[in-house]
Design a protein around this ligand. Structure first.
Ligand SMILES: Nc1nc2c(c(=O)[nH]1)N[C@H]1C(S)=C(S)[C@@H](COP(=O)(O)OP(=O)(O)OC[C@H]3O[C@@H](n4cnc5c(=O)[nH]c(N)nc54)[C@H](O)[C@@H]3O)O[C@H]1N2
Ligand SMILES: Nc1nc2c(c(=O)[nH]1)N[C@H]1C(S)=C(S)[C@@H](COP(=O)(O)OP(=O)(O)OC[C@H]3O[C@@H](n4cnc5c(=O)[nH]c(N)nc54)[C@H](O)[C@@H]3O)O[C@H]1N2
Ligand code: SF4
Ligand SMILES: [Mo]
Length: 726
């Protein structure tokens, strides 16, 4: 560290672990990032992505000015021109064709930015469109739907009490690479090791022997896509062997008496074939779960992005409930974030309804106000009334992250009258935009975790102001989104502060708080005042000033029981067997008789990669190629593939080629390719990524395979044909 350098705290925005970082800054350049040992939550933990913060921040390919398409070419423009273009084109299209002619796409980084937490709902309201698509239907929507149905609140997601549990059953998650998801826990790997060190049990269910599985006492290499069957059988055993002991939860349960019958067909013997697991093993896992002093069942990507994702997500919590572990320390609890609505008296709520409207082309039911991302392309390229003609894309790269990127690529190129992307990169998706609005690098942004604090294994709150001031000519992402909301309404010169003031007034009214509270809010910016308001209205009696006085965060203690106050179901109870899930069990019963496909594909994540957009950092994208087809030696031998040979992978949506990596860490009958690759398209501006493009696994999908209740794409466990490439 040189004499001119200084340090600043910053919460890492790159994955759900939300580690506190200490940035080293020289002038306006971030020259280093290390784990903040004083951070009240992460205590110094950091991973290679966080350590690459400076490289990400200063990436020369990052866009620094808006781009506006003129004569077919994207050219640098002023903010004034960019917003004027949006304000002219967007209302023109929706005026002529109605509000549904605008679509909005929300990507993953919206859960990691302050702007993404504050403005998308306002933008959706301003556009008045039902054509809302997000990464959730490539990810956790099944969990929202199951929580909505069980608890009446799609955002009431119980998280495993990692620090106190005696027994963790981990399904389709690989936190040693991902650092965890729907379970915000800096140093998830350390927490698993601590569980084992205190004599606890870890069981991992994954068709691959991952680094997480390597830690576990027991690894069940299940056949992909069959977790709902396994979970149903576990629940069946608990009921059948009279091991179900919900304890104090019993008084809050509705439908317990009907559960046994609903799951009667899912015996360990019946699921053994499809899951490829011994009945005795299934029984043993159920008995251990019941016998553990405390236990938590936790499922993630491998249990969500599959054909029975909602059923699997529901059964995870059914198991937590039957064993009495829901809402108790050491089990799975509901976090209470500092910006949450304060607890209210228990009682019946509005409940959760699915399918309030349907998608135009395939009639997919809406879930949590969203339509399936897998249906985005057809909503653009299928002619007819209500077709999407204008698209607003916030922090998303669906050309790589959603099924059939080639079709979406064509739809974006040929099917839209207007597209705007808020994105720091010109990538596979944003290259189609007519206007690209680049947010500043993360060091220039304030940070608050609106979404992830409500999924954290410990209640805590941290706020960091920008570590470096905005560069001349740059706009904060909050201001970009506020001005985009104004532009959607046809004004490009309005004051963005008006958007925040309006949001503050609306929130005060909703909370029934005194109007004059608006005048008492502190904060240097609109987003800060909105945060201050949420804290003041929140459950901990905090203010923005409290957060500013504690730059390394405020610990709000371990998770505490919250039932029945969290419940918003119509009955005011946990609805253990909601009708849509009971009905979907018929489809699961039918799966008992399915003949397994000879070869199916699953994904995987790497610690040094993050979805589609961190392949442009030399520090992370170097060394051995990681975009390989992993295949078991038996399958490789049968197909005639040798190490390093080019394999051709074919499925309903297309074919891709990748280098063969022979490994017995994938079970026989399963191959694996990571996602987020396929950077070879022209017109992008990501030189490092383009030099090592990899292939897009999602090209194998045609967009028709969905979990029907949640509209979530089946990204894992779909049949493929693998051959040696010519
Ligand atoms: N086959 C397969 N496909 C998958 C998955 C899988 O496991 N297998 N995983 C799915 C999952 S879990 C997810 S969440 C999705 C992700 O899907 P997406 O959200 O579409 O993909 P990302 O790669 O996260 O792209 C994020 C975009 O945001 C931009 N960005 C980065 N930082 C910022 C910022 O601060 N502000 C703004 N405005 N933009 C920013 C990036 O440049 C990039 O364009 O992918 C899904 N796709
Ligand atoms: N390094 C890194 N970290 C990330 C990301 C990243 O891209 N890279 N992405 C972030 C995002 S957006 C998310 S949502 C999270 C996801 O976090 P995780 O859910 O932990 O993600 P994965 O590492 O994909 O782990 C999913 C596991 O499920 C397994 N699997 C596949 N199919 C099945 C199945 O049918 N049954 C079972 N039981 N298992 C199956 C896979 O083999 C894989 O090991 O990670 C986040 N963190
Ligand atoms: S684990 Fe996630 S939050 Fe922590 S440093 Fe790595 S990328 Fe950042
Ligand atoms: Mo995700």
């Amino acid at each position: 560290m040189s004499a001119n350098s200084r340090t600043a705290p910053r919460v890492c925005p790159l994955c759900e672990a939300t580690c506190g970082l200490t940035l080293t800054i020289e002038g306006t350049t971030v020259t280093g990032a290390r784990g903040d040992r004083d951070d009240i939550f992460s205590r110094g933990f950091i991973c290679p992505k966080g350590a690459a913060f400076g490289g990400l921040d200063a990436d020369p390919d990052r866009l620094r000015t808006p781009l506006v398409r003129r004569d077919g070419v994207l050219r640098e423009a002023t903010w004034e021109e960019a917003f004027a273009t949006v304000a002219a084109r967007l209302p023109e299209i929706t005026g002529a064709h109605g509000p549904q002619s605008a679509g909005i796409v929300l990507g993953n980084p919206n859960v990691h930015t302050m702007a993404g937490g504050l403005y998308p709902p306002l933008l959706i309201a301003a556009l008045r469109t039902r054509n809302v698509f997000s990464a959730s239907t490539l990810d956790q929507m099944p969990k929202h739907v199951s929580s909505g149905l069980l608890f009446g609140d799609a955002n009431a997601i119980p998280v495993p009490d990692l620090d106190r549990t005696a027994h963790l059953l981990l399904i389709g998650a690989n936190p040693l690479e991902s650092n965890g998801s729907l379970c915000t826990a800096p140093d998830f790997p350390g927490k698993l090791k601590a569980l084992l060190a205190r004599g606890g049990t870890l069981t991992v269910v994954d068709p691959r022997r991952t680094r997480t599985a390597d830690l576990a006492g027991r690894h069940l290499a299940i056949r992909p896509g069959t977790d709902a069957l396994l979970l149903a059988a576990l629940a069946h055993v608990l009921v059948d062997e009279k091991l179900a002991a919900p304890g104090p939860l019993a008084e809050h349960l509705e439908g317990l008496d009907r559960l046994g019958d609903a799951l009667a067909d899912f015996t360990p013997e019946a699921v053994a074939g499809p899951c490829d697991l011994e009945p005795a093993t299934v029984r043993a896992v159920a008995r251990e779960l019941a016998a553990a002093p405390t236990a938590a069942v936790y499922g993630r990507i491998g249990s969500c992005t599959v054909a029975h994702g909602t059923l699997a997500s529901w059964l995870v919590d059914v198991l937590n409930i039957l064993t009495g572990n829901l809402d108790r320390p050491g089990g799975a609890l509901f976090p209470l974030a500092a910006t949450a609505r304060p607890p209210r008296p228990a009682g019946p709520g509005k409940g959760f309804t699915l399918g309030r409207w349907r998608s135009r082309v395939s009639g997919h039911p809406e879930a949590k106000g969203e339509l399936p991302m897998a249906a985005l392309a057809e909503e653009i390229d299928t002619p007819g009334e209500g077709r999407i003609r204008a698209l607003v894309v916030l922090a998303a790269n669906p050309v790589l992250s959603a099924p059939d990127g080639d079709r979406l690529d064509r739809a974006l190129a040929d099917g839209l009258d207007f597209m705007v992307s808020v994105d720091p990169y010109l990538n596979e998706t944003s290259r189609h935009a007519d206007v690209v609005l680049p947010p500043p690098p993360p060091s220039r942004s304030a940070h608050f975790d609106f979404a992830l604090n409500s999924l954290a294994v410990r209640n805590q709150v941290r706020y960091t102001r920008p570590a470096v001031p905005l560069d001349a000519g740059a706009l904060d992402e909050s201001e970009i989104l506020a001005r985009l909301i104004l532009a959607a309404g046809g004004t490009h010169r309005g004051a963005p502060e008006a958007v925040d003031a309006h949001a503050v007034a609306a929130a005060i009214e909703r909370a029934g708080a005194p109007e004059e509270l608006a005048g008492r809010l502190s904060g240097a910016t609109g987003p800060e005042r909105r945060l201050d308001l949420m804290l003041r209205l929140g459950p901990y009696d905090l203010t923005l000033d409290d957060l500013l006085a504690h730059p390394h965060g405020i610990d709000l203690g371990p998770l505490r029981p919250r039932l029945p106050e969290v419940l918003r179901t119509r009955s005011g109870r946990i609805e253990l067997l909601p009708a849509p899930l009971a009905a979907d069990l018929g489809r699961l019963r039918a799966a008992l008789g399915d003949t397994p496909a000879p070869l199916v594909l699953v994904g995987r994540r790497h610690l040094r990669s993050n979805n589609s957009w961190m392949h442009n950092l030399p520090a992370l994208n170097r060394g051995t190629n990681t975009c390989t087809l992993q295949i078991h030696p038996e399958d490789a031998g049968r197909i005639g593939l040798t190490e390093g040979a080019t394999a051709r992978i074919e499925a309903a949506g297309g074919a891709v080629e990748a280098a063969t990596e022979i490994t017995d860490t994938v079970r026989a009958g399963v191959v694996s390719l990571p996602h987020g690759w396929g950077h070879g398209r022209p017109g992008t501006r990501m030189a490092v990524a383009a030099a090592r493009p990899g292939v897009n696994v999602n090209q194998l999908l045609d967009g028709t395979l969905l979990d029907p209740l949640s509209g979530t794409a089946v990204l894992n466990g779909f049949p493929v044909l693998v051959t040696a490439a010519e």
